[in-house]
Design a protein around this ligand. Structure first.
Ligand code: NDP
Length: 352
């Protein structure tokens, strides 16, 4: 007899604190019956993404994220395999991905009519058996880094620019470090929270790496960016970003990718800057436009082709931190929010 399990949101995490394991509940649930226009899927991998923390709040802080409901199964980015199908467009064995994948081992998707847009078939010619590339290089982190840099960084190889990247040892940060070098940035400085991550980021080709938990960040930024910062790929916000922005040159650019340092709060997104930092942006003419990769869906296909080309040539490396078992999802999510991941944090729910 096959059993089924899911993760529900039991309590909303407190504002100003990381989620706790008690906020989630791992529980047994029935395997859903299949009806016409539906498919039964087995979850293979779940992606641990920072935006999910905002969805755990009653007020997500932004209009494009709806809050998760209490006592209901959580859903986020994930992928899995079709086990049975009552819809002619899907076959047993198809590998699918969705931004609304339930944190549940076996689940049913209604794929009739417009609902079919909720799931996409993974292009296995592109990924081979390496399906998790869809959650990493070819998913939100890789696309946010690539499209964010192309749209907002204004890299000009002749200008010998210096770029700083925060959360550089994480999923999108590690991509941003590599892509900015490939796009012609002459000096790339990573900022991250452990010596192991610093080593990883240096191995990716960063010219210098700063562990923000050690020493004086301001002094390290002066040493690492002697000509100031021309581009800042900002994944974190808060005190780290204030320090980087104070080193930015006239007419420089912030790629506002994310503000994870503020996600455990009830701030609106993007969170307000202090008056001092806002003044710096004005007086130095620094651009800092809101950037959301989902506003560029029409560019995904071409971007994936370019990322794949670099990947096949060995010019982009992808690292993952993989946690095993659905019951470990809360631990993996909290770990990612507290910086325990290197590269992309994934949970393997079932082996393919
Ligand atoms: P990561 O793999 O980078 O994991 C999150 C990392 O953030 C942690 O490992 C930790 O690294 C760092 N971090 C956590 N809390 C803090 C803090 N208080 N101060 C500084 N650093 C912190 O996650 P992702 O790559 O998935 O996401 C990174 C950012 O990109 C997020 O802000 C996310 O919202 C954003 N994003 C935006 C997208 C868009 O469309 N704009 C799309 C995808 C992601 P460390 O040990 O270095 O502190």
């Amino acid at each position: 007899m096959i059993s089924n399990h899911r993760i529900i949101l039991k309590k909303r995490p407190n504002y100003n604190s990381l989620p706790l394991e008690d906020d989630f509940q791992y529980e047994e649930c029935p395997i859903p019956e299949l009806d016409t226009g539906q498919i039964l899927v087995k979850t293979l991998y779940l992606s641990m993404d920072p935006y999910m923390r905002c969805k755990m709040n009653e007020n997500t802080g932004t209009d494009y994220l709806t809050p998760l409901n209490l006592d209901e199964v959580i859903d986020g980015v994930g992928l899995g395999v079709v086990m049975a199908s009552e819809d002619s467009n899907f076959c047993e064995g198809d590998i699918l991905e969705s931004y609304h994948w339930p944190w549940q081992k076996y689940a049913v998707f209604d794929v009739s009519g417009f609902n079919s847009l909720l799931v996409n078939k993974v292009d296995t010619k592109l990924t081979g058996k390496n399906y998790t590339l869809m959650l990493n290089l070819f998913g939100l982190p890789g696309l946010a880094a690539f499209i964010g840099i192309r749209q907002k960084a204004h890299i000009n190889p002749e200008a010998k620019q210096t770029m700083a990247v925060s959360a550089a040892g994480g999923a999108s940060g590690s991509m941003a470090v590599q892509i900015s070098k490939l796009e012609g940035c002459s000096r790339v400085v990573g900022i991250c929270g452990s010596s192991e991550k610093c080593k990883f980021v240096a191995d990716l080709g960063a010219d210098d790496v700063i562990n923000y938990k050690e020493g004086d960040l301001d002094q390290r930024l002066s040493e690492a960016c002697p000509h100031g910062v021309d581009i800042y790929f900002d994944n974190v916000g808060g005190a780290i970003s204030d320090a980087v922005i104070s080193h930015m040159n006239d007419n420089s650019h912030v790629v506002l990718c994310g503000q994870i340092a503020m996600y455990n709060t009830d701030h609106e997104y993007p969170p307000p800057l202090s008056g001092e930092i806002q003044d710096l942006l004005c007086t130095r003419d620094i651009t800092r436009e809101r950037f959301l990769v989902l506003n560029y869906i029409e560019r995904f296909q071409a971007s994936i082709l370019q990322l794949n080309k670099w990947y096949k040539m060995g010019k982009i490396k992808c690292r993952e931190t993989v946690t095993h078992g659905l019951s470990k999802v809360p631990e993996a999510f909290i770990g990612m929010m507290s910086g325990r991941n290197i590269g992309k944090q994934i949970v393997c729910v079932s082996e393919p």
